[in-house]
Write a protein that binds this ligand. Structure first.
Ligand SMILES: *Cc1c(COP(=O)(O)O)cnc(C)c1O
Length: 708
């Protein structure tokens, strides 16, 4: 025991465990109930478990040997002999990429993310770690976390703050060369805001997080890092200054000289002004040269295909906040404001961080091929005289971090059929060809195991919620374990149309209640705490589901987060995505489903527009867009029902062999894995960033020549 506990503690000190199921299960096996109560967080399990329970279970489930093995793996992981990064990105070794993002979704127990953007950032860090890319993440530590979704008796979303304690996570204070805690300051109107510089190890990657809970700050400034996306525009610009300016200062204080700044979304755009300011202050560089140099070494990724989705700060407000930076840059305030204006001459116009990021990054990209097209069109007016195709915004399609999202059982199947080292060659198409020769029965049986687990989880969540709300228990238990099970989980906003299937309730009734070919549907998703429209959508769907026709077949699960997501992606048969084209920039949840042997049913939008080949899933609509949204919605709803009735349901239930395996369905699953897994994973995404964006930008930064 005396030796075991410190070893176990050591395992919990690096978030590497978040993508090592064999490490997570050690802690789960100690006490299943405690594990889930502790949000699947090994460090809190270890703190809370009773010593005698630990001793007993350690012997029963072979903990010491498993811990030794995991520790050895961790050591090997942290000191690699060779990696893809050493081979392909060696030039950047001592000068890492600084990756800025407003949110990071690494694990459900570190709730500093709200949704897709943050989870993408978490997956980016993990893949960069696996590939051995020199990269540091820069973000904010929201000490109250993001809110939990709880429905009330009116089926209205309440947003509940659940305090989380960073003492339960491997978050530490960074220290400088003299062993002093590192701390930064950012000027705000009439005051200076202080922040502690903390860090969390994510495999080989350092994630730097700023926290304003320091004694020098007023309560108002302490609240700056309380919550993600809370507050008004003033709070928002202050958070963005803290992230951008504070983040760049933190890197400097830590002695990290980044080769490239990568801004994941525009929230961190002020980092670019601070980077130029540092060059001017310490190297006496000419301001305009400094701005050009910064631009040549910056990469900006935009995620927002709707104009209204971009932050817009009123001119007065932005002017007030940008004065200290303008002084440090030795530039007139109007010139600095002009960097964030579509038309710099229009002095009353608002300041857009996205515009600043575009003007100060030589390399910019959208997150799917289609989103690249949409972004070039949207920002064409920033580049007068440039044809749309020549607008300098490219694309890198998002991908997902396979080890994070893959069910253990699927991993075993892949290891045995594709080779135990398949994870080190995820991006090679030939890694995946072996899937075609796996027997249909093996894939089908694996999926049945996962599905049974997911259905148990969903039933439990649903009955807990009903009990809390005083709703009658559903009897017999809802969801038919043998039925085709389709999931839909995402943020509830109108453009994602979570209610599209509910536009024709009679047709939906016939679809889900066909006695020979029943369908289960699972819905989950949250609205932003301030989004009344999104909450109304949730209420509408949840109310319809109380209809006796649907109660047994369609369930709504509260609090969609990484944990709920993982359970859904792994166990459902098919995933539904029906946004208004082209408003889904990429979408990544469907990729997680494909890796786990499910099929994607989607509008030809985001990644699906480039991924669908006619046989690796299902497509809704033709991709054409009607100018009248109501007509488009009607067409998409019709086609969605048609695809389900004529393609998805028959394929699932027909042509079954003697063992009950639907042959065509499983063939399609194999084809889907074979054609999609190698492309839509985060290793491919990070490799694309390295080869097409980071390396060229790093070269630009080291030669210190103004770009042509
Ligand atoms: C993957 C993921 C998302 C993003 O998926 P979209 O397809 O972009 O909606 C959001 N939330 C959770 C919990 C996820 O795991």
């Amino acid at each position: 025991m005396d030796k075991l506990i410190p070893k176990m503690q050591k395992l919990t000190q690096n978030l590497w465990w978040t993508w090592k199921p064999e490490v997570r299960t050690i802690f789960r096996d100690l006490d299943l109930e405690l594990y889930h109560k502790a949000h699947q967080n090994p460090m809190s399990v270890l703190k809370q478990i009773q010593p005698d329970q630990l001793e007993q279970r350690a012997a029963d489930v072979d903990v010491p040997a498993r811990v030794d093995r995991a520790l050895r793996q961790l050591q090997e992981y942290l000191s690699p002999v060779t990696t893809w990064g050493i081979t392909h990105a060696g030039a950047m070794r001592s000068r890492p990429i600084a990756y800025f993002c407003m949110e990071f979704g690494v694990h459900e127990s570190l709730p500093i993310y709200s949704g897709g953007l943050g989870i993408l950032a978490g997956d980016h860090l993990k893949a960069a770690s696996d590939l051995g890319i020199p990269l540091v993440g820069v973000g904010l530590l929201y000490h109250e976390g993001y809110t939990n979704q709880v429905l009330d008796a009116n089926l209205w979303q309440q947003d509940v703050v659940e305090p989380f304690d960073i003492a339960d996570l491997p978050v530490t204070h960074t220290v400088d060369r003299h062993g002093e805690p590192v701390h930064i300051m950012v000027e705000m109107p009439g005051r200076v805001v202080h922040a502690a510089v903390l860090e969390v190890p994510v495999g080989r990657i350092r994630l730097i997080l700023l926290d304003t809970r320091v004694k020098q700050n007023s309560p108002r400034d302490v609240a700056l890092t309380a919550r993600l996306y809370g507050g008004d525009q003033r709070m928002r610009i202050e958070q963005e200054l803290l992230l951008g300016v504070g983040g760049a200062r933190a890197l400097r204080a830590l002695g990290i000289t980044a080769s490239v700044f990568h801004l994941n979304e525009g929230h961190s755009a002020f980092a670019l002004l601070e980077r130029a300011r540092q060059r001017i202050q310490s190297d006496g560089m000419d301001p305009h040269k400094a701005l050009l140099e910064v631009a040549s070494a910056s990469v900006f990724t935009t995620h927002t295909p709707v104009d209204a989705g971009h932050d817009r700060f009123p001119a007065d407000l932005a002017t007030e906040y940008l004065r200290p930076l303008a002084e440090g840059l030795h530039l007139p305030i109007d010139e600095v404001m002009g960097l964030g204006r579509v038309n710099p001459q229009d002095l009353g116009s608002p300041f857009l961080p996205t515009v600043l990021a575009l003007k100060l990054s030589r390399r910019a990209n959208g997150v799917s091929a289609l989103h690249g097209v949409v972004s070039r069109k949207m920002w064409n007016h920033l580049y007068p005289g440039t044809r749309e195709e020549a607008v300098p915004i490219g694309h890198v399609t998002n991908g997902v971090h396979l080890p994070t999202w893959l069910a253990t059982e699927m991993n075993h199947l892949y290891e045995s059929r594709l080779g135990v080292t398949y994870q080190s060659a995820l991006t090679r198409p030939d890694t995946w060809t072996g899937i075609l020769s796996v027997s249909s029965a093996e894939i089908w049986e694996t999926k049945q195991v996962l599905k049974a687990r997911t259905i148990r989880f969903i039933r439990k969540r649903s009955s807990d919620m009903r009990e809390r709300l005083g709703l009658p228990e559903i009897e017999p238990a809802p969801l038919d374990p043998e039925a085709l099970t389709i999931g839909f989980a995402r943020r509830f906003v109108p453009y994602k149309r979570p209610d599209l299937l509910f536009t024709d309730l009679d047709r939906l009734d016939r679809l889900v209640n066909d006695p020979d070919r029943p369908v289960n549907l699972i819905f989950s998703g949250r609205a932003h705490p301030a989004d009344h429209t999104g909450k109304a959508l949730i209420q509408k769907v949840a109310q319809i589901l109380e209809d006796p026709r649907f109660r047994h077949r369609i369930l709504f699960i509260e609090n969609y987060n990484i944990h709920v997501g993982r359970m859904l992606y792994q166990g459902i048969d098919a995933w539904l995505n029906n946004p208004q084209r082209p408003l889904e920039a990429c979408g990544t949840s469907g990729m997680k489903v494909v890796l786990n042997g499910g099929l994607h049913i989607s509008v030809r939008d985001g990644w699906w527009a480039e991924a669908y080949d006619g046989e690796n899933g299902f497509a809704i609509g033709t991709g054409e867009i009607h100018a009248d949204q109501a007509i488009q919605d009607q067409r998409d709803a019709d086609d969605l029902f048609r695809v389900l009735e004529e393609e998805v349901v028959p394929m699932y239930y027909e042509k079954r062999n003697a063992a009950g395996v639907p042959r065509c369905w499983v063939e399609r699953v194999k084809h889907s894995i074979r054609t999609l897994a190698w492309r839509f994973n985060a290793d491919r995404m990070v490799q694309d960033y390295v080869q097409h964006l980071y390396l060229p930008a790093a070269v630009g930064s080291s030669c210190q020549m103004p770009p042509p």
